[in-house]
Design a protein around this ligand. Sequence first.
Ligand code: PLP
Length: 246
Amino acid sequence: MPTAEYTDATPNDVAKRLIAVRQRIEDAVGKAARKPGCVRLLAVSKTFPLSAIAVVATTGQRAFGENYAQEGVDKASQRPDLEWHFIGPIQSNKTRGIAEHFAWVHTIDRLKIAERLSAQRPLGLPPIQVCLQVNISDEPSKSGCRPDDALALCQAIAAQPNLKLRGLMAIPEATNDQATQCRHFAALRHLMAEINAADSSLQLDTLSMGMSDDLESAIAEGATVVRVGSAIFGKRTTPDSHGVSQ
Ligand SMILES: *Cc1c(COP(=O)(O)O)cnc(C)c1O
Protein backbone atom coordinates (compact mmCIF):
# COMPACT_ATOMS: atom_id res chain seq x y z
CA MET A 1 0.00 0.00 0.00
CA PRO A 2 1.65 3.31 -1.01
CA THR A 3 0.84 4.88 2.30
CA ALA A 4 2.70 8.02 3.29
CA GLU A 5 4.09 8.63 6.73
CA TYR A 6 1.36 10.69 8.26
CA THR A 7 3.27 13.33 10.11
CA ASP A 8 1.58 16.34 8.63
CA ALA A 9 -1.33 16.67 10.92
CA THR A 10 -2.60 16.17 14.38
CA PRO A 11 -6.25 15.22 14.70
CA ASN A 12 -6.84 18.83 15.55
CA ASP A 13 -5.27 20.07 12.29
CA VAL A 14 -7.33 17.66 10.25
CA ALA A 15 -10.52 18.65 12.00
CA LYS A 16 -9.78 22.34 11.41
CA ARG A 17 -9.03 21.81 7.73
CA LEU A 18 -12.18 19.78 7.29
CA ILE A 19 -14.26 22.55 8.84
CA ALA A 20 -12.56 25.07 6.54
CA VAL A 21 -13.33 22.93 3.46
CA ARG A 22 -16.97 22.56 4.48
CA GLN A 23 -17.11 26.33 4.89
CA ARG A 24 -15.61 26.89 1.42
CA ILE A 25 -18.26 24.58 -0.01
CA GLU A 26 -21.14 26.32 1.73
CA ASP A 27 -19.78 29.75 0.76
CA ALA A 28 -19.56 28.71 -2.89
CA VAL A 29 -23.06 27.22 -2.74
CA GLY A 30 -24.37 30.48 -1.30
CA LYS A 31 -22.58 32.59 -3.87
CA ALA A 32 -24.09 30.50 -6.66
CA ALA A 33 -27.53 30.82 -5.04
CA ARG A 34 -27.84 27.05 -4.96
CA LYS A 35 -29.70 25.08 -2.27
CA PRO A 36 -27.77 24.64 1.01
CA GLY A 37 -26.45 21.10 1.29
CA CYS A 38 -26.68 20.41 -2.44
CA VAL A 39 -22.95 19.59 -2.77
CA ARG A 40 -21.53 16.46 -1.22
CA LEU A 41 -17.98 16.34 0.05
CA LEU A 42 -15.93 13.31 -0.90
CA ALA A 43 -12.79 13.14 1.25
CA VAL A 44 -10.00 11.82 -0.98
CA SER A 45 -7.84 9.69 1.28
CA LYS A 46 -5.48 8.11 -1.27
CA THR A 47 -1.98 7.57 0.16
CA PHE A 48 -3.14 8.44 3.69
CA PRO A 49 -3.36 5.79 6.39
CA LEU A 50 -6.45 4.48 8.13
CA SER A 51 -5.49 6.45 11.23
CA ALA A 52 -5.99 9.70 9.29
CA ILE A 53 -9.25 8.42 7.82
CA ALA A 54 -10.44 7.54 11.31
CA VAL A 55 -9.85 11.12 12.45
CA VAL A 56 -11.85 12.52 9.55
CA ALA A 57 -14.59 9.94 10.10
CA THR A 58 -15.06 11.00 13.71
CA THR A 59 -16.15 14.44 12.49
CA GLY A 60 -19.08 12.85 10.71
CA GLN A 61 -17.52 12.53 7.25
CA ARG A 62 -18.73 9.26 5.68
CA ALA A 63 -17.68 9.30 2.03
CA PHE A 64 -14.03 8.58 1.18
CA GLY A 65 -12.36 8.39 -2.21
CA GLU A 66 -9.48 6.15 -3.23
CA ASN A 67 -7.76 5.78 -6.54
CA TYR A 68 -5.46 2.82 -6.33
CA ALA A 69 -7.34 -0.49 -6.42
CA GLN A 70 -5.30 -2.52 -3.95
CA GLU A 71 -4.91 0.29 -1.45
CA GLY A 72 -8.60 1.12 -1.70
CA VAL A 73 -9.72 -2.47 -1.23
CA ASP A 74 -7.44 -2.85 1.80
CA LYS A 75 -8.84 0.25 3.44
CA ALA A 76 -12.47 -0.39 2.52
CA SER A 77 -12.35 -3.92 3.90
CA GLN A 78 -11.07 -2.59 7.20
CA ARG A 79 -13.69 0.17 7.40
CA PRO A 80 -16.86 -1.31 5.90
CA ASP A 81 -18.85 1.18 8.00
CA LEU A 82 -17.74 4.02 5.68
CA GLU A 83 -18.91 4.74 2.12
CA TRP A 84 -16.11 4.10 -0.37
CA HIS A 85 -15.83 5.78 -3.76
CA PHE A 86 -13.39 4.63 -6.43
CA ILE A 87 -11.96 7.60 -8.34
CA GLY A 88 -8.87 6.22 -10.07
CA PRO A 89 -8.09 4.75 -13.47
CA ILE A 90 -9.42 1.18 -13.65
CA GLN A 91 -7.55 -1.72 -15.17
CA SER A 92 -9.84 -4.56 -16.14
CA ASN A 93 -7.98 -7.09 -13.99
CA LYS A 94 -8.71 -4.95 -10.91
CA THR A 95 -12.49 -4.69 -11.20
CA ARG A 96 -13.40 -7.54 -8.84
CA GLY A 97 -12.11 -5.94 -5.63
CA ILE A 98 -13.70 -2.65 -6.61
CA ALA A 99 -17.05 -4.36 -7.29
CA GLU A 100 -16.89 -6.07 -3.90
CA HIS A 101 -15.97 -3.10 -1.71
CA PHE A 102 -17.02 0.18 -3.28
CA ALA A 103 -20.43 1.87 -3.15
CA TRP A 104 -19.53 4.30 -5.94
CA VAL A 105 -17.25 4.28 -8.98
CA HIS A 106 -16.66 7.69 -10.59
CA THR A 107 -14.20 6.64 -13.27
CA ILE A 108 -15.91 4.35 -15.76
CA ASP A 109 -14.70 5.39 -19.20
CA ARG A 110 -15.37 2.33 -21.29
CA LEU A 111 -18.07 -0.31 -21.53
CA LYS A 112 -15.85 -3.26 -20.74
CA ILE A 113 -15.17 -1.89 -17.25
CA ALA A 114 -18.88 -1.31 -16.64
CA GLU A 115 -19.73 -4.84 -17.75
CA ARG A 116 -17.13 -6.37 -15.49
CA LEU A 117 -18.14 -4.30 -12.44
CA SER A 118 -21.78 -5.25 -12.94
CA ALA A 119 -21.02 -8.94 -13.42
CA GLN A 120 -18.73 -9.00 -10.38
CA ARG A 121 -20.98 -7.11 -7.98
CA PRO A 122 -21.74 -9.61 -5.18
CA LEU A 123 -25.32 -10.78 -4.80
CA GLY A 124 -27.15 -9.02 -2.02
CA LEU A 125 -25.32 -5.72 -2.36
CA PRO A 126 -27.11 -2.72 -3.86
CA PRO A 127 -26.14 -1.65 -7.38
CA ILE A 128 -22.87 0.31 -7.64
CA GLN A 129 -23.58 4.03 -8.11
CA VAL A 130 -21.50 5.07 -11.10
CA CYS A 131 -20.39 8.06 -13.13
CA LEU A 132 -19.05 8.13 -16.65
CA GLN A 133 -15.68 9.90 -16.78
CA VAL A 134 -15.44 12.34 -19.66
CA ASN A 135 -12.27 13.89 -21.05
CA ILE A 136 -13.84 17.32 -21.10
CA SER A 137 -10.75 19.43 -21.76
CA ASP A 138 -9.51 17.05 -24.43
CA GLU A 139 -6.24 16.12 -22.79
CA PRO A 140 -4.40 13.33 -24.57
CA SER A 141 -2.86 11.97 -21.36
CA LYS A 142 -6.04 11.85 -19.30
CA SER A 143 -8.59 9.12 -18.89
CA GLY A 144 -12.17 9.67 -19.88
CA CYS A 145 -14.32 9.08 -22.92
CA ARG A 146 -14.76 11.60 -25.71
CA PRO A 147 -17.75 13.88 -25.16
CA ASP A 148 -19.17 12.63 -28.49
CA ASP A 149 -19.25 9.08 -27.18
CA ALA A 150 -20.87 9.92 -23.85
CA LEU A 151 -24.54 9.45 -24.73
CA ALA A 152 -24.10 5.98 -26.22
CA LEU A 153 -21.87 4.94 -23.34
CA CYS A 154 -24.38 6.22 -20.80
CA GLN A 155 -27.11 4.16 -22.43
CA ALA A 156 -24.95 1.03 -22.41
CA ILE A 157 -23.88 1.56 -18.80
CA ALA A 158 -27.46 2.21 -17.68
CA ALA A 159 -28.42 -1.18 -19.13
CA GLN A 160 -26.07 -3.03 -16.75
CA PRO A 161 -28.18 -4.74 -14.08
CA ASN A 162 -25.92 -4.12 -11.09
CA LEU A 163 -24.94 -0.55 -11.84
CA LYS A 164 -26.94 2.62 -11.26
CA LEU A 165 -25.72 5.35 -13.60
CA ARG A 166 -25.82 8.66 -11.72
CA GLY A 167 -23.93 11.15 -13.82
CA LEU A 168 -20.67 12.45 -15.21
CA MET A 169 -17.20 13.02 -13.79
CA ALA A 170 -14.24 14.98 -15.09
CA ILE A 171 -10.72 15.99 -14.12
CA PRO A 172 -10.07 18.99 -16.38
CA GLU A 173 -6.53 20.17 -17.04
CA ALA A 174 -5.04 21.89 -14.00
CA THR A 175 -5.03 25.66 -14.35
CA ASN A 176 -5.17 28.62 -11.99
CA ASP A 177 -7.26 30.57 -14.45
CA GLN A 178 -10.78 30.63 -13.07
CA ALA A 179 -12.40 31.43 -16.38
CA THR A 180 -10.81 28.33 -17.92
CA GLN A 181 -11.78 26.20 -14.92
CA CYS A 182 -15.38 27.40 -15.24
CA ARG A 183 -15.46 26.83 -18.99
CA HIS A 184 -14.49 23.16 -18.55
CA PHE A 185 -16.90 22.56 -15.67
CA ALA A 186 -19.69 24.26 -17.60
CA ALA A 187 -18.96 21.96 -20.54
CA LEU A 188 -19.56 18.93 -18.32
CA ARG A 189 -22.81 20.43 -17.02
CA HIS A 190 -24.00 21.13 -20.57
CA LEU A 191 -23.10 17.62 -21.64
CA MET A 192 -25.19 16.16 -18.82
CA ALA A 193 -28.13 18.36 -19.81
CA GLU A 194 -27.80 17.26 -23.43
CA ILE A 195 -27.71 13.60 -22.44
CA ASN A 196 -30.77 13.97 -20.21
CA ALA A 197 -32.59 15.76 -23.02
CA ALA A 198 -31.65 13.11 -25.57
CA ASP A 199 -32.74 10.19 -23.39
CA SER A 200 -35.24 10.98 -20.67
CA SER A 201 -34.89 7.52 -19.15
CA LEU A 202 -31.37 8.30 -17.94
CA GLN A 203 -32.18 11.09 -15.44
CA LEU A 204 -28.58 11.84 -14.56
CA ASP A 205 -28.33 13.89 -11.37
CA THR A 206 -24.64 13.87 -10.44
CA LEU A 207 -21.72 16.04 -11.54
CA SER A 208 -18.51 14.85 -9.87
CA MET A 209 -16.11 17.72 -10.43
CA GLY A 210 -13.85 20.02 -8.44
CA MET A 211 -10.87 19.33 -6.16
CA SER A 212 -8.91 21.23 -3.48
CA ASP A 213 -7.79 23.99 -5.82
CA ASP A 214 -10.85 24.54 -7.98
CA LEU A 215 -13.90 23.54 -5.99
CA GLU A 216 -15.35 27.07 -6.03
CA SER A 217 -15.42 27.12 -9.83
CA ALA A 218 -16.90 23.62 -9.93
CA ILE A 219 -19.66 24.52 -7.50
CA ALA A 220 -20.42 27.70 -9.43
CA GLU A 221 -20.94 25.49 -12.49
CA GLY A 222 -23.16 22.91 -10.82
CA ALA A 223 -20.97 20.30 -9.13
CA THR A 224 -22.95 17.98 -6.87
CA VAL A 225 -19.88 16.11 -5.55
CA VAL A 226 -16.48 17.67 -4.96
CA ARG A 227 -13.48 15.40 -4.44
CA VAL A 228 -11.10 16.98 -1.94
CA GLY A 229 -7.83 15.47 -0.76
CA SER A 230 -4.95 17.72 0.20
CA ALA A 231 -7.09 20.52 1.61
CA ILE A 232 -8.30 18.03 4.23
CA PHE A 233 -5.46 15.58 4.79
CA GLY A 234 -2.49 17.80 3.98
CA LYS A 235 0.10 17.47 1.26
CA ARG A 236 0.63 14.02 -0.23
CA THR A 237 4.23 12.90 -0.04
CA THR A 238 3.88 10.16 -2.65
CA PRO A 239 3.68 10.99 -6.36
CA ASP A 240 0.21 11.81 -7.50
CA SER A 241 -1.45 10.42 -10.56
CA HIS A 242 -4.86 12.11 -10.54
CA GLY A 243 -6.42 10.49 -13.54
CA VAL A 244 -3.31 9.32 -15.32
CA SER A 245 -2.85 5.60 -15.76
CA GLN A 246 -0.16 4.14 -13.58
C1 PLP B 1 -6.24 13.00 -5.89
C2 PLP B 1 -7.54 13.24 -6.54
C3 PLP B 1 -8.41 14.22 -6.06
C4 PLP B 1 -8.08 15.15 -4.90
O1 PLP B 1 -7.10 16.05 -5.26
P1 PLP B 1 -6.64 17.24 -4.27
O2 PLP B 1 -6.01 18.20 -5.17
O3 PLP B 1 -5.73 16.63 -3.28
O4 PLP B 1 -7.89 17.75 -3.63
C5 PLP B 1 -9.64 14.37 -6.68
N1 PLP B 1 -9.99 13.60 -7.74
C6 PLP B 1 -9.18 12.65 -8.22
C7 PLP B 1 -9.63 11.83 -9.37
C8 PLP B 1 -7.93 12.44 -7.65
O5 PLP B 1 -7.13 11.50 -8.16
